[in-house]
Each structure stands twice: as structure tokens, then as C-alpha cells.
Design a protein around this ligand. Structure first.
Ligand code: URA
Ligand code: SF4
Ligand code: URA
Length: 210
């Protein structure tokens, strides 16, 4: 890369990071829906915004609400294991967020109204992070990203084009904990993600298992 090109790329990364930081400040102070009254933390998301992969879950649960971080409970531990098997980490390759940023009481599914009110934050995150690959974790992420007509059992493992961006729907880790038989399909889906990551982001990407 020529020096002037590298400089321009660095400037773009600086601008993106400072815009993400101001978005973060806005989101953690959000009171736009009723979930704001019951939460301990707003979970903005975490990971490397320049890693190339954006993972979208459903909503924070109890552990996430306590710690203020996404996917830190049982589902999160399984997610981290799957990512590690792909050679991916939060530090380097992925950013993780959710359809709604505050915990719904008793871990219920977020209502369509809550999702609708919160979605502009996710849309803004997608614009700023500009991921090469999005991973949609489970039925709720699929519904609000792709539309009501999509069923996770039918479209998991199939690349979708969502407003010009590549997205792979996969089962939610909580579904894998309930039904371990789904792990087989999930592993096949994540292998496709590793192949695509090598194609689009880093041909040298190392994974011990793929
Ligand atoms: N489940 C989700 O969908 N998101 C989290 O952050 C944690 C569990
Ligand atoms: Fe705001 Fe989303 Fe939290 Fe509702 S769930 S208060 S819209 S950040
Ligand atoms: N059922 C769900 O609710 N989610 C999945 O990911 C799979 C089955």
C-alpha cells in the first residue's frame, strides 16, 4: 500500500472509531422504549469493529444485564467456543451486538414494538462498522434483519443478501443448548463462514479445524 493510501485508510478508521464512540454515548443513555425502566445496563456490543464480521443476537439476558457485555452467559460461552473453533475471537475478528440493547424482563422475546424502536441503533452500527459478513443468530435476528417470512429452520446455512450485505443465518446458541442435535448443522454453517472470511477478508486466516 502506498503511504498516502495508508494514511487515508488510517484517517477513515479514526473517523469511524470516533463516530462509533459518539454512537456509544447516545445508545447507553437511550430511554426510547419501556425496557429502559427495568435495565441495569444498556448493552451496546463489543469486539473489533474493523474485524470484518458482525454477529447479531436477540437481546441481552440476565448475565449480560448484570455485566453490561453481550453474550457472557451460557449461550455466550458456547458462542465463544464455536468462534474459537473457527479461529475467530472478539478481540480480532468479530463485533457482537443484538437486535435490542436492553434486557426484556424474564428474558422474553423482545416485542415487535421494542425491536422497531431499537433497530435504528443497530442500523447505525452496521453503517459504521461496515461488516463484510453478518451472522444472524437465531429466529429474532433473522426476523428483524430479513423480514417476517423467513424461517430459521429453512434458511439457516444459506447466504442472504440484505441491502447489499452478506448475511448468514444460523441457530441461536440457546437453541443448541436445548437441542444438541442442531450442532451438526451449525458447524457446517460456520465452516461456510470461515471459507467466506478467507475469500473476502483474509486468505491466510488460520483455523485449526476448518
Ligand atoms: N442471547 C442473546 O441473544 N444476546 C445476548 O447478548 C445474550 C444472550
Ligand atoms: Fe433504547 Fe433499545 Fe434500550 Fe429500548 S432497548 S431503551 S430503544 S437502547
Ligand atoms: N428455534 C429458535 O427459536 N431459534 C433457533 O435458532 C432455532 C430454533
Amino acid at each position: 500500500m502506498k503511504f498516502s493510501t495508508a494514511l487515508k485508510v488510517n484517517q477513515e478508521i479514526d473517523i469511524r472509531n470516533s463516530e462509533l464512540k459518539s454512537l456509544y454515548e447516545e445508545v447507553i443513555n437511550c430511554n426510547k422504549c419501556a425496557l429502559s425502566k427495568m435495565r441495569n445496563h444498556v448493552i451496546f456490543g463489543e469486539g473489533n469493529p474493523a474485524g470484518g464480521i458482525l454477529i447479531i443476537g436477540e437481546a441481552p439476558g440476565r448475565d449480560e444485564d448484570i455485566q453490561g457485555r453481550p453474550f457472557v452467559g451460557k449461550s455466550g460461552q458456547l458462542l465463544d467456543k464455536i468462534l474459537a473453533a473457527c479461529g475467530f475471537s472478539r478481540k480480532e475478528h468479530v463485533f457482537i451486538s443484538n437486535i435490542v440493547k436492553c434486557r426484556p424482563p424474564d428474558n422474553r422475546v423482545p416485542s415487535p414494538e421494542e425491536a422497531k424502536i431499537c433497530m435504528p441503533w443497530l442500523i447505525r452500527q452496521i453503517e459504521l462498522i461496515d461488516p463484510k459478513i453478518m451472522i444472524l443468530l437465531g429466529a429474532t435476528a433473522l426476523k428483524y434483519m430479513a423480514g417476517n417470512d423467513y424461517r430459521i429452520t429453512r434458511v439457516r446455512g444459506k447466504w442472504l443478501n440484505i441491502e447489499g450485505r452478506l448475511a448468514m443465518p444460523v441457530y441461536h446458541p440457546a437453541a443448541l443448548l436445548r437441542d444438541p442435535a442442531l450442532k451438526r448443522d451449525t458447524w457446517s454453517d460456520f465452516k461456510q463462514i470461515v471459507f467466506k472470511y478467507r475469500e473476502l477478508v483474509n486468505p491466510q486466516h488460520y483455523s485449526a479445524h476448518v
